[in-house]
Design a protein around this ligand. Structure first.
Ligand code: ADP
Length: 165
């Protein structure tokens, strides 16, 4: 059975992530989306909230499972008996970091390969940071994140600011 992990922060999950998950789910028998606990960034959503959002959104894709993890992606992949790590590549700016990560991961565990899916043109500009920036200024994020995520993001910023947007 072919199995891959798709690790990331997903803070919050965007339509770009969903596009990668959907496409990867057609290539592999099983995809495990790994939500990283030990991200250095201070997250907008807790790990449980990020996992719950992904579960709700991916519920219709039967071969996708959502889990949280700590530490190295290669160790998580090994624990899950997956030998592929999926990453999305947007612009050339992603490339240098992703190449470095993929090569480091191969040194850490040569049995696990990184597979890059290039972003769909519709989402090539999109990142969780952009979503947060637009939402924090009260802008429209409905073209950036899945429907169930929209209100959750706005509501988080209302709480942060302590006033209605
Ligand atoms: P990380 O903090 O590990 O970069 P992210 O949640 O930002 O985690 O992203 C997880 C993965 O999804 C990364 O491989 C990233 O390149 C990819 N990704 C993020 N946004 C998009 C997008 N708009 N289109 C395609 N891939 C994306």
């Amino acid at each position: 059975m072919s199995k891959a992990i798709y690790p990331g922060s997903f803070d919050p999950v965007t339509l770009g992530h969903i596009d990668i998950i959907t496409r990867a789910s057609k290539i592999f028998d099983e995809i495990i989306v790994g939500v990283l606990r030990n991200s250095s960034k201070s997250p907008l959503f807790s790990i449980e909230e990020r996992v719950n959002m992904l579960e709700e959104i991916c519920s219709s894709i039967t071969n996708v499972k959502i889990m949280s993890f700590d530490g190295f992606s290669v160790d998580f992949a090994k624990e899950q008996n997956a030998n592929v790590i999926i990453r999305g590549l947007r612009a050339i700016t992603d490339f240098e970091y992703e190449l470095q990560m993929a090569q480091t991961n191969r040194v850490l565990n040569p049995d696990i390969d990184t597979l890059f899916l290039t972003t769909s043109i519709d989402y090539s500009y999109l990142s969780s940071s952009i979503v947060k920036e637009v939402a924090s200024l009260g802008g429209d994020i409905s073209r950036f994140v899945p429907e169930p995520v929209i209100e959750k993001v706005y509501s988080r910023y209302r709480n942060i600011k302590g006033k209605d947007m």
